[in-house]
Structures are given as C-alpha cells and as structure tokens.
Design a protein around this ligand. Structure first.
Ligand SMILES: [Fe+2]
Length: 427
C-alpha cells in the first residue's frame, strides 16, 4: 500500500469517501446473504477462515488503525476483539490461534453484525465530522482499509467454497448457474520484443506497497498464450498420466503429489467415467471449455513442462498487461466461476478476471522496497519468502481492486484460490 503520499489532500470529497466506504461494506454483507448462520461459523481447514471471522477482522482493521487513534472519544466495541480479530499484526499485539477460529461459537454472527454497525457508526462520524486536512492525511489509510476489505471479499467466497465442498451433501452457495462454454477458443500467441522495460506502480491512485518502486527489468523476447488453459486441455495431461510421471514435476511438487494423493485439481471428482467439480453453484459437470482452476503452482508448472512450455515470469506478465484495460469476468458479474474465453477476438483473453495466473516468479521485494514503519508495515513485507506471485485477478475479485501491477502471492502447494494457468515461452 502506498501510504506515504497524501495525494488526495487537494481533491478530498467527504461525501465521496463516505459513499465509497459504505459501498465496500455493503458489498461484503451482500456476499453473505446466501449463507445460513451455521455456514458463517465453520472452518474446514486451517488455511480458510470462517465467514464471520472475515466479517469481524475487516471491521477490526478500521477500528484499530483508524478509529482508535483518530476518532476522539471512540470506545472499542469489546476489549477481547483486539486479540480475537487480529490476523497477524505483532505490532498490535497477540493474536488468537488461526487454526482455531472455527472453534468459536461466540461472539455470535448477530454480535459480529452489531460490531460492524458500531464501527460503521464510528467511521461515519470520523469521515463526516473530521477536519478536511486531517481526513486528507487519513485518506490513504482509509483506502488501504477498503482494499483490505475487498481482499477479504474474495477470501469469503474462496473459503466458503472450501467449507461447503467438504460436505457430502454438495451444498451450493447460490442458485446462479454458470453459462456453459460452447467451444474452445483456438490457442494463439502474442509476441513481445526483449529489452529494458519498466514494471511496478508509479501512479497517483492507490496501490499496495509491494507494487513499487517502479524499476527497469531486462526481458528476453517472449510469447504469451492468448487465453488460459482449459479444463479439457488439463484433462489431456491427466489422461496422459501427468500425475504419475515424476520427471514432469519439481521435487517438492512430486513429494506433495505423493503425500496428498493428488490426481486432479482440487474439487474435481470422477463419477462413472466423467468428471464433475464442486463449484459455488453446487456439484456440476466439468466444462471442458472453461479455464482450469484450483491448481497449485506445482501442477501449473508440471502442466507447462508436459506441453514443452513454461509459465510466464511476473515482469513478462506485467509488460504484456501494461495498457490493457482492466476488463473481464470479475466478482461484479455474480457468477463466481470462471467462464470459457469468447470467440477469436484479437489480443489477450482472460488477462484480468476469471482466474489468477501463476507466474514462475518468487514473491520478493522490488529493488528499493521499504515496508512502512509500525504495525501497518506488516501488511505485505513480512510475507516475502516461500511464495509465488499470481497475476490478473479472478472471477471473485472486485474489478475496482485490480490493476496491471497488482501482485497476489500464495505458497506453491495452495489450491483453494481460483488459480489457473497461462502458458508462455521464449520467442
Ligand atoms: Fe486481513
């Protein structure tokens, strides 16, 4: 997050800030409407969090970093929430054990909704009454809080997908049926010249601190597939024995495949010779034209190797994405499942939205990166080890949250995000 420059000082619009705050908060709550109270509470694996924890944690962020230090006379809703809903900020204090979040029936979902309303009242007071110069100084922190809540909107959906998928009843999150693809778009390639190219964020709007400083990288000539890998194509890898062929895999990936018995992406099940997968719309036949998702880095890398190709690096991806409009299939469409690429239109299809695209780049600081001082500096910087970068956003990412320089990151064995594959190669 670029917190330092208060660039909004001259353009501050109090009603715009309030409207944006309430819009993001209401969107989060809308995503929870299809869920029962019981759905809000479960945590089927330590990687995911209960929905009600997400609802409370994003609220805690505003309370801790904006209301407590900056709203005179503000009283925290409950003293224990400081620990219960602190995710990983050592600078704030101790945290309740992450794997045990699903063990808590209290505070209840109703109490957490009341907590949200309490903090919304506080934020309305802060943004409505605060003096303009003070608000201008706080605007970057507010923007961080809103982008943080948008990240958790995506996690609410990916986590509830996992929590519902472990249930043999195959419950659906919602009744929307993803439109089935009718054909697989012919795979084409976009070619890019090598040379020195800038990457990283250097604009006047919000960006996370891990996207800067903007810097120059050297690229060899390369080519990038003009759409994502489909389920049908990935099935060819499975049918060819990809999961049983050690030379295709990184050593650590092969170990994970053996230990966890992987033979297909997460959520895939074979029934009567056909494949089905758990989606947020319930258990559905696999659409061969839609992008493959819920693959780990290890699977994406092995698939690319099997095709005699490779995954893009993040500088390659960002260079290709520079200037491409951030349009595509995002959370706003309300489908929450990736869709087949349309037609044979020119250019890169599905670059933004549909599925996060694994890159082969380690998540590391850009040259000159410095985390912000204090607890807020823990947001990104301390995770820059043992993870890989994903680009482009997914069908559950809010469109306004994405840009070409956006860096997502997960460990190489993570599969519960909407993570997919775009192939690359040397030109
Ligand atoms: Fe968070």
């Amino acid at each position: 997050m670029s917190i330092a420059p208060a660039r909004t000082a001259t353009t501050l619009d109090r009603s715009e800030l309030l409207a944006r705050y309430h819009d993001v908060r209401r969107t989060t709550e809308r995503l929870c409407l299809p869920l029962s109270v019981e759905d809000h509470v479960i945590q089927a694996t330590p990687d995911v969090s209960p929905t009600k924890w997400h609802l409370a944690h994003v609220t805690w962020f505003f309370e801790t970093f904006l209301l407590e230090p900056h709203l005179e006379g503000y009283t925290p809703r409950h003293p224990a929430y400081r620990v219960l809903f602190n995710s990983y900020y050592n600078g704030v204090g101790p945290q309740f054990s992450r794997p045990d979040r699903g063990h808590l029936s209290r505070p209840t979902v109703a109490e957490i909704r009341a907590y949200r309303a309490w903090v919304d009242d506080g934020m309305t007071a802060l943004l409505g009454r605060g003096e303009v110069p003070r608000l201008a100084a706080l605007a970057p922190l507010l923007e961080l809080g809103l982008n943080h809540e948008q990240q958790h909107q995506e996690l609410i959906l990916t986590d509830i997908k996992y929590n519902l998928a472990v249930n043999p009843l195959h419950p659906a999150y919602h009744a929307v049926v993803p439109p089935a693809g009718t054909a697989t778009r012919r795979l084409g390639w976009q070619r890019y010249a090598g040379g020195l190219h800038p990457i990283g964020y250097d604009g006047d709007d919000f960006a996370f601190d891990n996207e800067s400083p903007r810097h120059t990288v050297y690229l060899r000539p390369f080519r990038l597939a003009d759409r994502l890998v489909t389920n049908g194509e990935y099935l060819e890898f499975i049918d060819a024995g990809g999961y049983r062929t050690a030379p295709l895999w990184l050593s650590e990936g092969w170990r994970v495949v053996q230990e966890r018995g992987w033979r297909a992406p997460l959520y895939w099940e074979e029934h009567g010779g056909g494949w089905q997968s758990q989606t947020l719309s319930g258990f559905l036949p696999l659409d061969p034209h839609a992008p493959v998702v819920h693959v780990s880095y290890f699977e994406a890398d092995a698939y690319a190797r099997w095709r005699g190709l490779r995954l893009p690096t993040e500088p390659e991806w960002e260079h290709a994405a520079a200037g491409v409009p951030v349009t595509g299939h995002f959370q706003e469409r309300g489908v929450f499942h990736p869709l087949a690429a349309a037609g044979d239109a020119d250019g890169l299809a599905q670059l933004f939205g549909d599925a996060w695209e694994w890159t082969q780049s380690a998540y590391a600081p850009y040259p000159g990166y410095r985390a912000a001082p204090g607890a807020i500096g823990e947001y990104n910087g301390k995770f820059m080890v043992n993870q890989l970068v994903l680009r482009g956003g997914s069908c559950v990412s809010p469109q306004s949250h994405l840009r070409a320089s956006y860096r997502n990151f997960f460990p190489p064995d993570a599969r519960w995000q909407f993570s997919g594959i775009r192939l690359a190669d040397d030109a």
